[in-house]
Design a protein around this ligand. Structure first.
Ligand SMILES: CC(C)(COP(=O)(O)OP(=O)(O)OC[C@H]1O[C@@H](n2cnc3c(N)ncnc32)[C@H](O)[C@@H]1OP(=O)(O)O)[C@@H](O)C(=O)NCCC(=O)NCCS
Length: 314
């Protein structure tokens, strides 16, 4: 199947118009790309809502599998701007009544997910009633908005990451993953899988990855991928150039002392000087520390990804 059909296309166009009117920063709804595995298009009887189901298989040795079940079925909702929760519930039920896809490889896991604009509130109760919970929230900040917090002078030095930091950045990346696993958005995989993210950050041009150093020890790091490496995420916002903040980690003993703020502020200044308009990121929705931090850095939520994880071993 490679087209959505006229009803989904019409609803997609109308929904995009409404979303743009309600929140000009919201990007467009995703459309299937060549190679997407489109499984089904499920309309409600009223024709006011449609669900587009696709399946994504991710090998367990791919770093992306840290953030994604190895067999993921996602539903994209398309609906009349003011359709009822009942229309959405009907689409969800048609989807959930269909058999779960078989896990794509030994030791793999399964989940179903739905990503909605935060303003699509009529989908929330049907999702909760069907056992879904928010997994991640996509937040964005326009760099033209003023900083919300002053940077306090500390002994901490923020500087561009260099090759010699690679080992310590890998360790901190593993700490980030183990911190996030209990909150449900990051998955338990082999310990070295996250090293790739530290390696990628070190190879960015100077200034796009920064470390925080205290008395010679690196205690945290963060990075923003420049716009040309952030195109996969950029459609979540309408503004350009958009750049993706992938990692922010401060080692546990040093948290809540302004180090995260100093790292992020430095990255913002660098991205602004490179002409970036908007920075976006995905934060763990179930980690109660996460959202307050990002909101205090001036980010606001645009999309929520709801997830229903299949218990492992079932
Ligand atoms: C999120 C994180 C990078 C922030 O760095 P930080 O140095 O703790 O942040 P700051 O000191 O600048 O800001 C602290 C604020 O962030 C929030 N916060 C986030 N995590 C916190 C934590 N573990 N402990 C206390 N406050 C935390 C609070 O709102 C706090 O506000 P306060 O200063 O009024 O108490 C860091 O806490 C961390 O590495 N957490 C674990 C990994 C993570 O969640 N990364 C972000 C997702 S990619």
């Amino acid at each position: 199947m490679n087209t959505l059909g006229p009803l989904s296309e019409e609803l997609t166009a109308r929904m995009n118009e409404t979303l743009r009117d309600e929140d000009p920063l919201l990007g467009k709804l995703p459309t299937p790309q060549p190679g997407d595995d489109l499984v089904a298009v499920l309309p409600a009887a009223s024709k006011r809502a449609v669900g587009v189901v696709r399946q994504v298989d991710t090998p367990l040795d791919s770093p992306v599998s840290l953030w994604r079940a190895s067999t993921l079925e996602s539903l994209q909702l398309r609906h009349e701007p003011h359709c009822s929760s009942r229309d959405i519930a009907e689409v969800l039920d048609a989807w959930l009544d269909s058999p779960e896809p078989a896990v794509s490889e030994t030791g793999g896991d399964r989940a179903r997910s739905v990503r909605i604009p935060v303003i699509t509130t009529q989908a929330i109760i049907p999702l909760i009633e069907r056992g879904f919970a928010p997994s991640t929230v996509t937040l964005a900040r326009r760099l033209s908005s003023p900083p919300l917090r002053p940077i306090h002078r500390t002994e901490v030095l923020v500087r561009p990451a260099i090759e010699n930091d690679r080992h310590r950045m890998r360790e901190l990346m593993r700490e980030l993953v183990s911190t996030e696993i209990p909150f449900g958005a990051v998955r338990e995989r082999t310990a070295t899988l996250s090293d790739t993210y530290a390696d990628e950050a070190v190879s960015l041009d100077p200034g796009w990855a920064v470390v925080a150093e205290l008395r010679g020890e690196v205690i945290g790091w963060a990075n923003i991928a420049p716009p040309e490496l952030s195109t996969w995420a950029a459609d979540s916002v309408s503004t350009r150039p958009a750049a993706y903040l992938g990692v922010a980690i401060v080692s546990r003993a040093f948290r809540a002392g302004g180090v995260g703020h100093a790292l992020v502020s430095d990255l913002h200044a660098h991205a602004a000087s490179a002409g970036v308009d908007t920075v976006l990121l995905d934060a763990s929705a179930q980690n109660p520390w996460s959202m307050p931090f990002w909101q205090r850095e001036g980010y606001r939520p645009l999309w929520t990804t709801w997830q229903r994880r299949q218990p492992q071993g079932l």
